[in-house]
Design a protein around this ligand. Structure first.
Ligand code: SF4
Length: 475
């Protein structure tokens, strides 16, 4: 699935316990490269060389933003953090690209975050009313000022973070870099993933996903616990647990279904294993008489394999995906835009021609992309198409850093399963049941976009709309 639901961001940081590392910016670059699937609209790196921060950030894919030349402008350093962004709140412009840096009376901070605060507008309004001036429209600046405000009355940056977290509601995984420390924090429900590892030469690595820890040759140590603050300093790793066990866990279940990379492990559950399981569940709850099972690359592939294993129907490669098209892909005309699916995905005729095909994908949002994918299969000669979705139907918006759409735009809100099947042109359609979605991984998870049970108070309107309204009023 592509062109529909997007994750907001990925964060990556490194702390060297030895001498300053000449290659610390490259380490962050490779980590961000492994997290590119979490955000393709902008990326940035801040390097800390003995308390002096140097940064580079811009709009675009990691490989576009960071060339050999731009990377070489970043110095050696002891600590560095980086970020890949997909804009949900704040819009996609240069000023909102993270990490952001703040220089205050007690020092400097750089912050990168993944997620959305549900009370960001309230926090921001309170600060604006007392004289704060904001330069961006993203939540990150609100988080930075909330921490800085506490830093004025606390004796360390970690104490400031500890106090500030009491004020922040919603979903967030944070990386905060001070002159001498790297701090990682995860919201008390653990809604967004965050984990850390260590290299053989003693560099600590913190990342949104374990795939990025592996990518830089570090060994995975563990997930940051929900509510935990980890402080990496010359003294080692300190865990602050004041905010732990204060709420039920609520990791976004869609991390397992779509957002995360299959080779990542989140909260001790393999993403690949969870997707395989979804396929097994689908084959049991929505079997089909078919000749071949194929998946929509990339996140539909694992579930398709699971469906094939459970049903005994052979698994096949049904599509080739052009992996080299980023979000910056230029679509000059409407008709060209409509052809984007054809440019990104190409069916393999020899797999599907004359066959009854089970097509597994991870979601249907508006139905337009699904209809185009189904048409590709029909054009390639598929006799029947039985679509199976490795998630329940989207019925509600997400307030936690993804762009799951407003209710009106979610096709499952306005149509029955049979009607959707007709709209997208399939012979049958089956979704993962809510109970099966809950069983993808042990423990409690957020499933709010499927069942409407939000784990936090929610804003009356999504923050992104309120920001847009506020900005347009000022025009
Ligand atoms: Fe994930 Fe949906 Fe919850 Fe958003 S509402 S955090 S997409 S499960």
């Amino acid at each position: 699935m592509f062109d529909t639901i997007h994750e907001e961001c990925g964060v990556f940081g490194a702390f060297c316990t030895n001498e300053p590392d000449e290659n610390i910016a490259s380490t962050i670059y490779y980590g961000l490269y492994a997290l590119q699937h979490r955000g393709q609209e902008g990326s940035g790196i801040v390097v800390n060389d003995d308390g002096v921060f140097s940064s580079y950030k811009d709009i675009g894919l990691v490989s576009d933003v960071f060339t050999e030349e731009t990377l070489s402008r970043l110095p050696k350093g002891n600590i560095a953090i980086g970020h890949v962004r997909y804009s949900t709140t704040g819009g996609n412009n240069r000023i909102n690209v993270q990490p952001i840096e703040v220089h205050h009376i007690k020092g400097s901070l750089a912050i990168a975050h993944n997620g959305n605060l549900t009370n960001a507008m309230k926090l921001r309004e309170d600060m604006e009313l007392t004289g704060s001036i904001f330069h961006t429209t993203s939540d990150t600046e609100t988080i930075a000022y909330t921490i800085v405000k506490e830093r004025l009355t606390t004796d360390s940056i970690e104490s400031a973070v500890e106090v500030a977290l009491h004020k922040m509601e919603g979903a967030y995984s944070l990386l905060i870099m001070s002159a001498t420390k790297l701090i990682a924090a995860r919201d008390k429900r653990g809604m967004r993933p965050l984990c850390y590892g260590v290299t053989d030469d003693g560099t600590y690595i913190v990342a949104s996903e374990s795939c990025a820890i592996n990518a830089v040759g570090a060994k995975f140590v563990r997930d940051v616990m929900p509510g935990e603050i980890l402080v990496f300093s010359k003294d080692g790793v300190q865990s602050i647990t004041t905010h732990c066990n204060r709420a039920d866990r609520a990791l976004c279940i869609f991390e397992y279904i779509y957002f995360a990379r299959s080779d990542s492990t989140i909260d001790n559950v393999s993403v690949h294993a969870a997707r395989l399981k979804a396929g097994h569940f689908l084959a049991k709850s929505h079997p089909a008489d078919a000749d071949i099972v194929i998946g929509v690359p990339d996140s539909g592939l694992d579930a398709a394999l699971g469906f094939a294993e459970e049903s005994g129907i052979p698994y096949g490669i049904g599509f080739v995906k052009n992996k080299y098209i980023g979000r910056t892909f230029i679509s000059p005309t409407q008709s060209f835009r409509e052809n984007q699916v054809r440019i990104k995905l190409s069916p393999i005729e020899s797999t599907v021609k004359g066959k009854r095909v089970v097509l597994v994908d991870d979601s249907i949002v508006r139905g337009t992309t699904s209809a185009r994918i189904v048409k590709l299969l029909r054009d390639a000669g598929a006799k029947e198409v039985h679509m199976r979705i490795s998630a329940p139907p989207f019925l509600n918006p997400c307030y936690y850093g993804t762009d799951v759409d407003t209710k009106e735009n979610l096709i499952a809100n306005n149509h029955s399963v049979e009607e959707i099947a007709e709209i997208i042109g399939v012979d049958s359609l089956g979704y993962l049941t809510l109970d099966d979605a809950k069983a993808l991984a042990d423990g409690s998870h957020c499933l709010a976009c499927f069942n409407g049970e939000y784990p936090t108070n929610i804003p009356t309107e999504p923050a992104k709309f309120r920001f847009e309204q506020k900005l347009s009023k000022n025009k």
